[in-house]
Unconditional design. Structure first.
Length: 176
């Protein structure tokens, strides 16, 4: 009797992984919403291409790059998370299957996640620095403090990323 009840419990626990599937569907919907905002931003900046300053155009392009990085990050999380925690994705050997798909484990996912967050933070920091040239002196006092915090947060993210990578390397070496 114990073996049967234990088997039922383990089957129930194993099948509970499917609770994660709606989260990944939600992330796909979030990616679609991001696409709408990307299109909206692109349509917004296109008519101003000729009359924008260089810094305004750089800011607009950095915003598009930022959104594309977030969308790529979502795709990595969706593919890797689903394959690592729910079920393997059967693409039938499709020629467009990304090489990394099925090879990114949880450890690799963490590294890709922190690297993407650092890249996004770097772009946001660059946008803030480019935006400084358009500010008045009255805004600068407040902005200096904000910029300091943005730099501190970015440095913390970079250091965290390096520490994550170092911990994974140490753990990988210890396992061999």
């Amino acid at each position: 009797m114990k073996d049967r009840s234990e088997h039922l419990l383990e089957t129930f626990i194993f099948n509970s992984r499917w609770i994660l599937a709606p989260f990944y569907v939600g992330l796909i919907l979030a990616m679609a919403m991001l696409l709408v905002k990307f299109g909206q931003e692109l349509i917004h900046i296109m008519p101003h291409t000729l009359d924008s300053t260089e810094s305004q155009m750089i800011l607009a392009i950095l915003t598009l790059v930022d959104m594309s990085l977030v969308a790529s990050l979502l795709l990595i999380i969706i593919f890797s998370g689903y394959e690592n925690f729910v079920s393997k994705i059967d693409t039938g050997g499709h020629e467009d299957r990304p090489d990394w798909m099925g090879k990114v484990d949880f450890s690799g996912l963490k590294i890709k996640l922190i690297a993407s967050i650092v890249a996004i933070s770097g772009i946001e920091l660059l946008k803030a620095f480019v935006n400084i040239s358009t500010m008045t002196e009255a805004d600068m006092a407040l902005t200096e403090r904000q910029m300091l915090w943005r730099v501190i947060i970015h440095v913390v993210l970079v250091v965290s990323g390096v520490l994550f990578a170092l911990m994974d390397r140490i753990a990988g070496t210890a396992n061999h």
